[in-house]
Ligand binder design. Structure first.
Ligand SMILES: Cc1cc2nc3c(=O)[nH]c(=O)nc-3n(C[C@H](O)[C@H](O)[C@H](O)COP(=O)(O)O)c2cc1C
Length: 372
């Protein structure tokens, strides 16, 4: 490990050593993974999108047991999701053709019904009320950083700031980043199409400098396809103050995904992902699988969030419990082609920093200084 410490404005803002954040990845960025990243000098962010309020509070408290360093919570606030929702109400509105497709798919692939006892909050239907309850927990627990992975967190920012909570929002387009500035966020994540999960139509290389220019002087974190020290340096050179990294941290013992899904990441090449709406209703990048193939071939149109999730997630949950890599290899970005083994989160982070310091020692972009 280099003696030099890579330092940017984001390190001062969050009180962290390195400008590297673990992206909030629903279910995958668990207390163990977030704490590992925070303990290694980055900022671990819990992927709490599907956590019911009680579970979220437990996750926050567990993270505090595992680290005394700052950390964050990421949830989703999609504006398209209506209020007054409940699982029963949304289910009653599902089209029969989609229900039939899911049932037939399960039959064709011999998937038993998922065991509800093993579901860990998966399969919950989203509603405005559900999101607001999650936000209440974040505020009550005074989590150091809150991240809205989808949607505008403006409504909770005054209260968050009163409690010393920094607020970030993820943007996949320049216009969204501008709107988040008007809402008062502290940091913007610019996530390009290379990334895993919900997705942009624009590549990281093109999106990041445009967002940097649009929101200056607000700090921007680059996301999507960054997997080593070269990617980190490239992000800094594009004007980012740090990086928001998801996919590489999936291939760690700490990640909250199944071992067969970690294997899928190690085995896959960068051409093995696809962007489609068949899982959540919004465009998301994941490893190619039979559900996506057969849904596409069916000619059915994906339903808007949260309805498509109510069709797809019970099937994904059944496939996860049955260990079916062909059906649920998981969300992942194009950087999977650069990931060749499962190793501790600390090792990934330290190697990234060491590589970046090595490169930057030869030529240093203006956004970076060496401290220590
Ligand atoms: C498995 C997985 C789950 C994700 N879940 C979420 C989520 O719940 N909330 C969110 O804001 N982003 C989510 N994302 C997107 C990440 O936060 C992040 O923007 C993305 O992983 C960055 O690109 P990369 O995967 O190339 O590192 C997810 C990504 C992956 C790979």
């Amino acid at each position: 490990m280099s003696e030099k410490v890579l330092h940017t404005a984001i390190c001062d803002l969050f009180g962290i050593k390195y400008p590297i954040l673990l992206a909030g990845m629903g279910g995958a960025s668990t207390p163990a993974l977030a704490a590992a990243v925070s303990n290694a000098g980055g900022l671990g962010v819990l992927g709490a999108a599907a956590c019911a309020p009680d579970e979220l509070r437990q996750w926050i408290r567990r993270t505090r047991e595992l680290t005394d360093k700052p950390f964050g919570v990421d949830t989703l606030l999609p504006s398209t999701v209506p209020s007054g929702g409940s699982v029963q109400k949304f289910k009653a509105e599902l089209p029969q053709a989609h229900i039939d497709f899911a049932r037939e798919f399960k039959r064709r692939h011999n998937l038993p019904d998922p065991d509800p006892a093993k579901m860990h909050g998966r399969g919950l239907a989203f509603s405005r009320e559900f999101f607001n309850q999650q936000i209440e927990v974040v505020l009550e627990e005074r989590v150091p950083v809150y991240v809205a992975g989808l949607g505008d967190p403006g409504f909770m920012i005054p209260e968050a700031h009163k409690r010393g909570i920094k607020v970030m929002a993820v943007a996949g387009a320049v216009k969204h980043a501008r709107r988040f500035v008007d809402s008062g966020v502290d940091v913007i994540v610019a996530q390009g199409t290379d990334g895993g999960g919900h997705n942009s139509r624009v590549g990281t290389m093109v999106l990041v400098p445009q967002v940097v220019d649009a929101v200056r002087p607000l700090p921007v974190l680059a996301a999507g396809g960054i997997a080593d020290g070269r990617g980190l340096v490239a992000a800094l050179a594009l004007g980012a103050a740090g990086v928001w990294i998801g996919t590489p941290f999936l291939a760690t013992p700490e990640a909250g995904i199944e071992d067969f899904q970690k294997e899928a990441i190690v085995e896959a090449s960068s051409e093995d992902t696809v962007v489609a709406r068949c899982l959540t209703g919004k465009p998301a990048r994941f490893i190619k699988n039979k559900w996506a193939e057969e849904f596409e071939a069916s000619g059915l149109k994906p339903l808007p969030m949260p309805f498509q999730g109510l069709i797809a997630m019970p099937v994904m949950e059944a496939a996860r419990q049955a260990g079916r890599k062909d059906i649920v290899p998981g969300f992942a970005g194009q950087s999977i082609g650069m990931i060749r083994k499962i190793r501790p989160a600390r090792e990934i982070l330290e190697q990234m920093v060491a590589e970046a310091v090595e490169i930057l020692s030869k030529s240093m972009p203006a956004t970076v200084r060496f401290a220590g």
